[in-house]
Design a protein around this ligand. Structure first.
Ligand code: 13P
Length: 353
C-alpha cells in the first residue's frame, strides 16, 4: 500500500460517515505511537507536520520516517499533510518533499500572525489549490481565526496563530462566506473557526454552546455539504494526564479541551478531519515524568521514550475508535496521485464547459 491522497481518504470518510484524526508528529516516537494505534484499530490516518516540525526534524528525515511507516504497515492508508502552511512557497516545498496534502492557511498573512483580508486569503489559497491539484495533492484552506470565544484572545502555538484580541466575527466562520470561499478557491477541505484554539489552554471550564459553537458547524455544513470540514485545536486535554503531570512535578494550570462527544457531533455534520497534537504531547510528557520520578536510577532514554510511545498510542487508539475510523483501513484502496490529478483535471473541464 502507498501514501493516500487526503481527498480520497476524506471522500471515503464522508461516504461512510466517520472522521479521520490528523495527528501531528515531530519525531520517531510520536510516529511509532500513532501508527501502532492505527494498526491495532485498522484505521487510516493523516500524519501532519507543521513548519516547526519540519525545521525540528529536517524534511528528509521526516519524509523517510513516514515512508518507512508506510512500508512497514502495508494495510494502513497514510496521508502526509503540511499543517498551517504560511505561504505558497511553504506548501510547494512540502509537495517537493513528498507530502500528499497541504494546508494553505491564508487566514493569516505570510508572517503567520496578522489576520489577513478575505481577498488575500482567496487569492493565495486558489493559487495553491490550482497548482497542487495538477499533481494530485489535496488542499485545505482556513476561513476565520482560531481563538477563544471566552476571552476573545487568539492563540499562537508552534509558530502559527493570530496575536492579541479578535472580534467575535473573526472567531466564527461565516457560512455564506464559506460557500463563496470554497467556490472561488476549489479547496478540498476547509478549516473553520468555532471557538477552538491550539495548545493546552482552550477553555477555563468545560465548554458550552457559547464557547464551542458546534451549532456553527451545522450551519456551515448545510451551506457546503460537499466540502470536508476540519476542526483544528481538537485535543480533549485529558484530565487524567494533567493529574499525572502535576503529581510528578509539572506545572499545568486548570484547563479543559474539546470533549470527544462534541467532536462526534461535528462528525455527524460534515467534520472529516480532526487535528490533534496537544493530547499526544501531554500524554508523552506525563509518561516520561512518571517514569523519571518513579525510577530515578534509570538513565537509558529508550525507557522513557518507550513509555511515551505507549502513552501516545493509547490516546490515538481511543480517538480512532471514538471517531468511527477504526476498521476502515481495509475498506480503502489508495489510488496513485496521478489518477487523483486526472480527476481534478476532469472536474475542471466539466466546470469550464
Ligand atoms: P491541539 O493543540 O488541540 O492538539 O490542536 C492541534 C492542531 O490543530 C494542529 O493544527
Amino acid at each position: 500500500m502507498a501514501f493516500i491522497s487526503m481527498r480520497q481518504l476524506l471522500d471515503h470518510a464522508a461516504e461512510q460517515g466517520y472522521g479521520v484524526p490528523a495527528f501531528n508528529i515531530n519525531n520517531m516516537e510520536q510516529l511509532l505511537g500513532i501508527v501502532a494505534a492505527a494498526r491495532k484499530t485498522d484505521a487510516p490516518v493523516i500524519i501532519q507536520a507543521s513548519r516547526g516540525a519540519r525545521a525540528y526534524a529536517n524534511d528528509l528525515m521526516l519524509r523517510r520516517m513516514v515512508e518507512a511507516a508506510v512500508e512497514m504497515n502495508p494495510g494502513i492508508p497514510i496521508a502526509l499533510h503540511q499543517d498551517h502552511g504560511d505561504t505558497a512557497a511553504t506548501c510547494f516545498s512540502a509537495v517537493q518533499n513528498g507530502f500528499t496534502s497541504v494546508m494553505m492557511d491564508g487566514s493569516l498573512e505570510s508572517d503567520g500572525k496578522t489576520p489577513s483580508s478575505y481577498e488575500y486569503n482567496v487569492a493565495v489559497t486558489a493559487k495553491v489549490a490550482e497548482a497542487s491539484h495538477w499533481v494530485g495533492v489535496s488542499v485545505e484552506g482556513e476561513l476565520g481565526c482560531l481563538g477563544s470565544l471566552e476571552s476573545g484572545m487568539a492563540g499562537e502555538e508552534d509558530g502559527s496563530g493570530a496575536e492579541g484580541k479578535l472580534s467575535h466575527d473573526q472567531l466564527l466562520t461565516d457560512p455564506v462566506q464559506a460557500a463563496d470561499f470554497v467556490a472561488k478557491t476549489g479547496v478540498d477541505a476547509l478549516a473553520i473557526a468555532i471557538g477552538t484554539s491550539h495548545g493546552a489552554y482552550k477553555f477555563s471550564r468545560k465548554p458550552t454552546g457559547e464557547t464551542l459553537a458546534i451549532e456553527r458547524v451545522k450551519q456551515i455544513h448545510a451551506k457546503i455539504p460537499n466540502t470536508h470540514l476540519v476542526m483544528h485545536g481538537s485535543s480533549s486535554v485529558p484530565q487524567e494526564w494533567l493529574e499525572i503531570i502535576r503529581k510528578y512535578g509539572g506545572d499545568i494550570k486548570e484547563t479543559y479541551g474539546v470533549p470527544v462527544e462534541e467532536i462526534q457531533q461535528g462528525i455527524r455534520h460534515g467534520v472529516r478531519k480532526i487535528n490533534i497534537d496537544t493530547d499526544i504531547r501531554l500524554s508523552m510528557t506525563g509518561a516520561i515524568r512518571r517514569l523519571m520520578a518513579t525510577r530515578p536510577e534509570e538513565f537509558d532514554p529508550r525507557k522513557f521514550l518507550a513509555a511515551a510511545t505507549v502513552a501516545a498510542k493509547d490516546v490515538c487508539k481511543a480517538r480512532f475508535e471514538a471517531f468511527g475510523c477504526a476498521g476502515q483501513a481495509e475498506r480503502i484502496r489508495p489510488l496513485p496521485l496521478d489518477v487523483i490529478a486526472a480527476r481534478y483535471a476532469a472536474e475542471d473541464s466539466r466546470r469550464a464547459a
